[in-house]
Design a protein around this ligand. Structure first.
Ligand code: MN
Length: 197
């Protein structure tokens, strides 16, 4: 089964002005699509062609001869997950079970937001900031390049892409402003709560 590019869960202009349709045209239409196309070429005719995306990531993560497959597969997964973490008129403090867990772990939303933003700012070069669940505890982490929590037995709840292609057209070098805008205006907390369940 070929790996497919999922539909965006919102209209291309829905996240503006925080993430513009111009950014999505490149980020989703070019970058995410390229990872899907590259992965399908790399697994065509191999035993991995019959596996799910999650299985491909876990197999390739353990095999240094499959770095290219891992990078493309993990980037396909991370981007599909990232789009679902975003919505128009989202962000700000959450409600539901994740709100209780954030309060129990960080004390308040503002401290959580600062820590998540800082994870994104301090990821040197390309990568991802994450909220994950591990052993029933919430943690903020960051990964480099294509790396993904699902390769490490962790359960992702939320991610923010901090590759330059995620923000450069809208924010140029101002990664902190992009992170603040996403955290305060775009996080889809319903999706995060569903991941926690
Ligand atoms: Mn990206």
């Amino acid at each position: 089964m070929a790996i497919t590019l999922p539909q965006l869960p919102f209209e291309k202009d829905a996240l503006a002005p925080y993430i513009t349709a111009n950014t999505l045209d490149f980020h989703y239409g070019k970058h995410h699509k390229a990872y899907v196309d590259n992965l399908n070429k790399l697994i065509e005719g191999t035993e991995l062609a019959a596996k799910s995306l999650e299985e491909i990531i876990k197999i390739a993560a353990k095999d240094s001869a499959k770095t290219g497959i891992f990078n493309n597969a993990a980037q396909v997964w991370n981007h599909s997950f990232y789009w679902q973490c975003l919505k128009k008129a989202g962000g700000g403090a959450p409600t539901g079970a994740v709100a209780e867990k954030i309060k129990a772990t960080w004390g308040n939303f503002e401290k959580f937001a600062d820590d998540l933003k800082n994870a994104g700012i301090t990821q040197f070069g390309s990568g991802w900031a994450w909220l994950i669940s591990e052993g029933n505890e919430l943690k903020i982490t960051k990964t480099a390049n294509a790396d993904t929590p699902i390769a490490h037995g962790q359960k992702p709840l939320l991610t923010i892409d901090v590759w330059e292609h995620a923000y450069y057209l809208d924010y140029q070098n101002r990664r902190p402003d992009y992170l603040s805008a996403v955290i305060q205006n775009l996080i889809n907390w319903d999706f995060v709560n569903a991941n926690l369940g």
